[in-house]
Design a protein around this ligand. Structure first.
Ligand code: NAD
Length: 476
């Protein structure tokens, strides 16, 4: 297999080494696989200067040309899929096939926003004769973006696609633990002929970089995906400088299994989805509320399928679930399970990390979890499922809404009346019925409550990277 990339910063169209670096660790065996370059303040200054120059070029580049370069870069990602997927698996742990799907998804985000770049329409407002009112959507300027480690390529892709599609320049601080996905994006855009300075990639100590970039007058939008705690902190910092933010934060997705649903089919689908990305997805289904009439059949199907999940190194084709991406997730799972069990929850499977190197933790199912268990409120962000019985749809909806989060929510039902109630009453940015897929490139994605604000993707996403300018033009 090829070597893990020799990572560098990408500033002003050139690759750059740094004096300082941090190790990149393979979570499947805890070996060091690479070196993360750590940006110094002078690198950030250079990135700002490059982004200012890049913005002047890119905002004047025809949308059709912007779209062409973005599509070329997306094509390069697709062409390099096996190389990129192997790097993602080595730094993140997820199975190789899931890493391949992530690369395709990232390419789709770029292709979607390339299309949107050509459709950022303004409008003409009807007026009295002699004056014309025209509304333009213009690129907002330089974007400071921060992407997390759970999807090393598709998370930064969302932000780079929106910014570049709209005509902005961007300084991306990608996740320090999983840097190769963003590095491959920069490489694809470099090879696609993106003008220097439009996309700048830095790595380093997150707080140092965000503290430095956010106050800079040139930075006009802060786009972040990560935990609610950090999102609130960055929103506060941005507010001090009256800057807009796009925040994709945590979730604690409920799944309502109605009494008319097929409990076995729903149980199997739920367990498969829980294992995806080892549960490290902000839309990962976590709190399963099954109607008491079908509870036992649902729970048994779920547990049986969860036990069958083959955990291992993501490069082994037999592996269905890799390790979690870092030791913090294993520690969080252990704490949340111990707390729930101490408060009376039943542990149906999992709950025990294997005695091997790597950050492995099995799919773990808790049932009859009391409301005062920490896991009922705290996002586990790992392969941990809570299955509780409910006596009615009223109770399921009430409990679904009983957390500060509102990102994704799911339901299994074939009743149109149930679908109507769930659509109207469940507090979430994305509600999916009879599917555990929460978003595709063409649909807007984002949260309500403490899951954040703004949307990525769909027709809405790109508009966050623009400002509205109204022109009143009196004809002399
Ligand atoms: P964390 O809260 O320390 O970090 C989360 C992310 O924010 C990381 O990518 C990190 O680089 C970044 N970050 C942290 N401090 C920052 C700062 N001051 N400025 C800019 N970026 C900063 O926690 P963690 O242990 O890395 O992840 C655990 C939690 O993060 C999970 O419980 C989950 O809630 C959340 N998370 C959410 C997503 C998502 O897709 N919404 C992705 C990854 C992590």
């Amino acid at each position: 297999m090829h070597d893990y990339p020799d990572l560098q910063l990408y500033i002003g169209g050139a690759w750059r080494k740094t004096a300082e670096s941090l190790p990149v660790i393979n979570p499947a065996d805890e070996t060091v696989i690479g070196k993360l370059p750590v940006a110094a303040t002078s690198d950030l200054d250079d990135a700002l200067e490059a982004a200012a120059r890049g913005f002047e070029i890119w905002r004047r580049t025809a949308p059709m040309r912007r779209a062409e370069i973005i599509r070329t870069a997306a094509g390069l990602l697709r062409a390099r899929i096996d190389e990129i997927a192997a790097d993602i698996t080595r730094e993140h742990g997820k199975p190789f096939q899931q890493a391949r799907l992530e690369v395709i998804r990232g390419a789709e985000f770029f292709e979607w926003d390339a299309g949107e770049a050509e459709r950022i329409y303004g409008r003409v407002i009807p007026s009295e004769p002699g004056i014309r009112y025209i509304v333009h959507h213009q690129p907002i300027g330089t974007v400071a973006a921060f992407s997390p480690w759970n999807f090393p390529l598709s998370q930064p892709a969302r932000k780079v696609a929106g910014a570049l599609g709209a005509g902005c320049s961007i300084i991306l601080k990608a996740a320090e633990e999983t840097p190769a996905g963003a590095w491959h994006i920069a490489r694809a855009f470099h090879d696609a002929g993106l003008p220097a300075g439009v996309l700048n990639l830095v790595f380093g100590v997150p707080a140092t970089i965000s503290d430095y970039l956010i106050p800079q007058p040139q930075v006009r939008l802060i786009a972040f995906t990560g935990s609610t705690v950090v999102g609130k902190h960055l929103t506060g910092l941005a507010a001090r400088y009256a800057k807009p933010v796009l925040m994709e934060l945590g979730g604690h997705a409920p799944v309502i299994v109605c009494d008319d649903a097929d409990p076995v089919k729903a149980g199997v689908a739920s367990a498969i989805r829980k294992a995806r990305n080892a549960g490290q997805v902000c839309t990962s289904p976590t709190r399963f509320f099954a109607h008491e009439k079908i509870f036992a059949a649902y729970r048994d199907a779920f547990v049986e399928r969860a036990k069958a999940v083959k955990m291992g190194n993501g490069l082994d084709p037999e592996t269905e679930m890799g390790p979690t991406a870092n030791h913090r997730r294993v520690e969080a799972m252990e704490m949340l399970v111990a707390d729930a069990v101490a408060k009376g929850a039943r542990l149906l499977t999992g709950g025990q990390r294997p005695n091997t190197p790597g950050y492995f933790y099995p799919v773990t199912v808790l049932s009859e979890v009391p409301d005062d268990a920490r896991v009922m409120q705290e996002e586990p962000f790992g392969p941990l499922a809570i299955i509780n019985p409910v006596t009615s749809l009223d109770e399921a909806i009430r409990r679904a809404n009983s957390v500060p989060y509102g990102l994704a929510a799911y339901a299994f039902t074939n009743s149109a009346a149930n679908v109507d109630r769930i659509t109207d009453e469940v507090e979430a940015g994305n509600v999916s019925i009879n599917t555990l897929e929460a978003s595709v490139a063409a649909t807007p994605f984002g949260g309500v409550k403490e899951s954040g604000f703004g949307r990525e993707g769909g027709a809405e996403g790109i508009l966050h990277y623009t400002v509205v300018k109204t022109v009143s033009h009196r004809m002399e």
